[in-house]
Write a protein that binds this ligand. Structure first.
Ligand code: AHR
Length: 498
């Protein structure tokens, strides 16, 4: 099979916002306790943070990380999570029916995020709380003057404000499972008024309004229209959440699910722009795809572990090779919408649907999904080029005209390189030709691929079965990249470019 891609600087349509490679840590299961924080672990530093996890997280080059939920935020008292640890109350978390000791909280997360080179994307509780708690929280985090909550932060050892710049106004407020869920009108008005107060305290922040919990929600569409209608002037982003799975065990259809993400994003962009037109405003709302991942392996198991225990095993999906191929397709899809998707968070980072897993008292290890994310996050920076691709297509159970190869190129002018990410969805070799119209190609820097693994094979603490390796199946001929994309493969090609 032949796959022909045309690239040109002229086709650049978006600069990648680094926040596209965000992730997420929620107080859920073993994400925090046993994940990033395990004071008794032999590799924990003096603060109790696992240094093996810090090292793996740093390599993912995550610029922003959402915290503390997720569903958890809807019954979160931020005051419980700051100050001397011995005074912090133990609470029950209603969303995951777990015990929350608050021995790790906002102060520790701020510190941990910076250790991995990340900013915090903080969520406020609009479930059980509202304007007042959000006002106090932003005063605590960002206010530099002489006031009660900023002085409290100083008392807690932080003279300088945290300056958290990206904030989520609640979480999944149309979900029937959400503590303090609301109707669109109620939520839209509360988000607007909360956002107004927050921006009065710090006008430089950006606010994310909750879209619906997912495309399959009966509220989807109308919810977006209604909440935007209420809060358009106050907010900057609308959120999207979606998880994918291969419940049907249908590989062709599974790898095509990124087409569903593509349609979802286009639909939400249209909704934002419809309200823009209705309001006759110049202001554009961008998207924050602040929960995306594969989630299905552990489904059905969580109910038995929601038993009011501490750090239970929840949402611990163990990913196989086909999952990493879909993650590759989803990353490419996010890049193809980089003009409007400015923030995206792989949900989540450690243990809970994590590319990084840990054993209590044991090893930290990398799942199959770690690698495509790491490569795109590190090298998918610069201008995204609109991909003009000629490749055969197929029809699957749910999707028509699925290209056998999913592909996108990013031109990094500063580093002088053209980086192409591709998934070969088919069981045949794809002979890829990337012809460059106005970019002078130099040498191949590297061609990394993941291929040849059993599609159901997983990694484990003892064996990394799935990992990227170098391919030599590449040449530059007359300013054309010629590469072989192996059947069912993930590929990253970096070439010098001017
Ligand atoms: O990421 C896991 C959960 O999925 C989050 O808490 C929630 O927002 C979503 O339903």
């Amino acid at each position: 099979m032949k796959a022909k891609l045309k690239v040109a600087k002229e086709f650049a349509f978006a600069e990648v916002d680094p926040r596209l490679y965000g992730s997420f840590i929620e107080h859920l299961g073993r994400a925090v306790y046993d994940g990033i924080y395990e004071p008794d672990h032999k590799l924990a530093n003096e603060k109790g943070y696992r240094t093996d996890v810090i090292e793996l997280a740093k390599k993912l080059n995550i610029p922003i990380i959402r915290y503390p939920g997720g569903n958890f935020v809807s019954n979160y008292n931020w005051e419980d999570s700051v100050g001397p640890k011995e005074l912090r109350p133990k609470r029950i978390d209603m969303s995951w029916k777990s015990l929350e000791p608050n021995t790790f909280g906002l102060q520790e997360f701020e510190e941990w995020a910076h250790l991995i080179g990340s900013e915090v994307n903080m969520a406020v509780n609009l479930g059980t709380r509202g304007i007042e708690a959000a006002r106090n929280l932003i005063e605590y985090c960002n206010f530099d003057g002489d006031s009660y909550y900023s002085n409290l932060r100083r008392e807690h050892g932080h003279s300088k404000p945290y300056n958290i710049k990206t904030w989520c106004l609640g979480n999944e407020m149309d979900g029937p499972w959400q503590v303090g869920g609301k109707s669109a009108k109620e939520y839209g008005a509360l988000a607007r008024e909360t956002g107004k107060v927050m921006k009065t305290i710090d006008p430089d922040i950006e606010l994310v309004l909750c879209g619906s919990c997912g495309l399959e929600m009966p509220t989807f569409g109308q919810w977006e229209l209604d909440v935007l209608d209420e809060a358009y002037e106050t907010v900057d982003f609308l959120s999207l959440h979606q998880y994918y799975g291969n419940e049907e065990d249908d590989l062709e259809n599974y790898l095509a699910k990124s087409i569903g993400m593509d349609t979802f994003i286009s639909g939400v962009v249209a909704i934002c722009d419809a309200i823009k037109a209705k309001k006759k405003t110049d202001k554009t709302i961008n998207l924050s795809f602040d929960e995306w991942n594969v989630w299905y392996h552990s489904k059905g198991e969580e109910e038995k572990n929601k038993n009011w225990s501490f750090a239970p095993h929840l949402l611990e999906d163990i990913y196989n090779f086909e999952d990493s191929l879909l993650i590759g397709c989803l990353l490419i899809t996010l890049l193809k919408h980089a003009d409007r998707v400015k923030i995206a968070c792989l949900a989540q980072l450690v243990n809970v649907l994590g590319p990084i897993m840990t054993e209590h008292n044991g090893k930290a290890w990398r799942q199959t999904t770690y690698f495509p994310f790491m490569q795109v996050s590190n090298y998918g920076r610069g201008q995204v080029l609109k991909p003009y691709l000629d490749v055969p297509t197929y029809d699957s159970l749910e999707f028509k005209d699925v290209p056998n190869v999913e592909i996108v190129s990013v031109f990094n002018d500063e580093k002088g390189e053209l980086v192409t990410f591709a998934v070969n969805r088919s069981k045949e070799v794809a002979d890829l030709e990337v012809s460059s119209l106005d970019i002078n190609l130099g040498n191949v820097i590297e061609f990394q691929e993941m291929e040849g693994f059993d599609i159901k094979v997983t990694n484990s603490p003892d064996k990394e079965n799935v990992f990227p390796k170098e391919s030599k199946n590449i040449e530059i001929d007359n300013n054309v990249i010629k590469a072989k994309l192996m059947p069912l493969s993930w590929n990253m090609i970096r070439v010098e470019a001017k």
